[in-house]
Design a protein around this ligand. Sequence first.
Ligand code: LRH
Ligand code: MN
Length: 430
Amino acid sequence: MTFRVDKGLIAEHNNSKLKDVQEDYDALANKLARNNVNIDDLTAKAQAFEIAVPSWGTGTGGTRFARFPGTGEPRNIFEKLEDCAVINDLSQCTSRVSPHFPWDKVDDFAGLKETSDSLNLSWDSINSNTFQDQPGQEHSFKYGSLSNTSEKSRDLAISHNLDCIEWGKQLGSKTLTVWVGDGSNHPGQQHFQHAFERYLESMKKIYAGLPSDWELHIEHKMFEPAFYSTIIQDWGSNILAAKELGPQAKSLVDLGHHAPNVNIEMIVSRLIQFKKLGGFHFNDSKYGDDDLDSGSLHPYQQFLIFNELVDAEYRKQDGFGPNYMLDQSHNVTDPIESLMNSAESVQRSYVCALLVDRSVLSNYQLNNDAIMCSNTLKGAFNTDVSPILAMARHRNGGAIDPIETYRATNYRSEMAKLRPDDGGSRSGIV
Ligand code: LRH
Ligand code: MN
């Protein structure tokens, strides 16, 4: 029997909070009305906001040093979907799941689609995996996949991506995300141009297999698993590849894949301007690709990214329609709690960015009034929109306080009984 969060329990917990939320909501409504902002318009936009959940984020993550399994962890895609349904039952903004193949591969994709439909979940971008060899794999990806000097390894990587498209079509997905770990660890180990040429030749064969209504998202990453050079190391190589491949190819921005202090919001602006912004993997990081909870360290940067996105929406930027997704690894928290927190954090950045008065900001920018430009953004960022986020969840049938209501379900301890630790490998990174 599939577990779903009882609507009665949600209502019971919401009723104990609604009076306070309504009070705060009315106070914020008055404050926003002074700037001719209608709070219900913002709440409606918050209700429509969606961010996809990575299937691999529902398990406990780890590092190369260790992974400390959590209790009641999902052991397969069906249990990951059950966890994703709990997240969406409470958050009401995460109805799409992004799978990773072969981690989530099944024999019966029609059956998997039936299960996701029964849980009111749909399928977001398909992630291929040519950064690991599968048991008995004939041609290794040790020295790369799509850019490997071995044509046999390249062909294997190409056919895996074409398989991912076929599996995605059965699930109703419309996007393939390609991140490869290809690169080198020693200066001179790789001929940069020849490797990039091999990568592009391989990607052209994958691009040729795309249905006309699909997109191909290329994900850049500065380093890891390669530690000297990476084939798509930055947004420059990314947009060059996307332009070389064609209009259905776009760039995906994983926030943790940049050197510390890189101006990611400006990269987003460039990708928007040249109609090559495919989507995001939201997370946060302090040092490397830490895959920490979104907005947990740099909420202002996340807000500034949404300031660029909302500005493009406001200007009705041609070719604008990015996909939003979380990509995190939960090593010390209950993944469900981290994913709900992170979905709200990204939704908060979006709603705060909607508060920026774009014509006022534009005037200050044209008059080089730097202080007022900064204050206009800071004013929006520092507005506590929690009542709007809570009201949006409530109006969507979700929980005003997702974490509190989740803990009241005892879901994790229930799952610990139903999902005995069989010591097998679990989902989650490594
Ligand atoms: C690479 C990455 C990529 C996924 C993987 C799980 O670091 O961000 O998006 O395939 O994590
Ligand atoms: Mn990613």
